[in-house]
Design a protein around this ligand. Structure first.
Ligand code: TZP
Ligand code: MG
Length: 213
């Protein structure tokens, strides 16, 4: 089962490590963590992944590693999230077996191609402008999701789609009404003065079936 709230770590917030950020988010209530580390040495990446594996295990949270299939395998993560420039999801499937494999899409064709490659879910965005990701693709907005998901349904394609990019709790109900399965967020949690409150608002807006038992 693919959760409806995906939390993502990010760079450069008060020099906090990714593992510390993930721990704060887990303490505040998230149960799906994507470790997204850019521009780190292999050693740092592996260390942070090992620490985050310990944190997520302690909280019973799912751990996905962004980009790095070998790291996901090394720390026995629950899966990977792969962008267009990362390993082909079909190849990742051969390596990771029945672990969770997610892929990034920005267009209808991207989604259909990822489905053909056997992903378990698709991260589709960006919903709106965000500083969290460099080289942002064109903004989809609500209309973009509506059109794209409608087209997928008409063509009989089914895969859980997760909306991403500048998502706030107050966006969630409109986003869900487009047929999105859930949302992925970084800064709204990482920069929150009260992350537990934001997480509660997100889960409430994602009901029913938002929070795993
Ligand atoms: N991919 C598209 S937007 C984005 C990623 C990784 C960043 C999401 O972070 P935020 O802070 O929730 O906009
Ligand atoms: Mg990537």
């Amino acid at each position: 089962m693919i959760d409806r709230l995906h939390y993502i770590t990010q760079e450069g917030l008060n020099g906090e490590s990714h593992a510390a950020m993930a721990e704060r988010a887990c303490k505040a209530g998230v149960r799906w963590v994507q470790l997204r580390i850019k521009n780190a040495t292999e050693q740092t990446l592996l260390e942070q992944a090992q620490l985050t594996r310990q944190v997520t295990a302690a909280f019973g949270a799912t751990l996905l590693i962004n980009d790095h299939v070998a790291v996901a395998k090394a720390v026995n993560a629950d899966g990977v999230h792969l962008g267009k420039e990362d390993m082909d999801p079909a190849e990742a499937r051969r390596i990771l077996g029945d672990k969770i494999i997610g892929g990034t899409a920005n267009t209808y064709d991207d989604v259909v191609s990822l489905i053909a490659k056997g992903v378990d879910y698709v991260g589709l965005g960006p919903f709106r402008f965000t500083k969290t990701k460099e080289k942002l693709s064109p903004i989809l907005g609500l209309d973009g999701y509506q059109q794209l998901i409608g087209q997928l349904q008409t063509q009989g394609h089914h895969v859980p789609i997760i909306g991403i990019g500048g998502v706030l709790p107050e966006d969630v109900s409109a986003l869900r009404s487009t047929g999105l399965h859930g949302v992925a967020v970084a800064s709204v949690i990482n920069s929150a003065s009260d992350p537990a409150l934001v997480i509660q608002q997100l889960y409430e807006a994602l009901q029913p079936l938002a929070k795993p038992a």
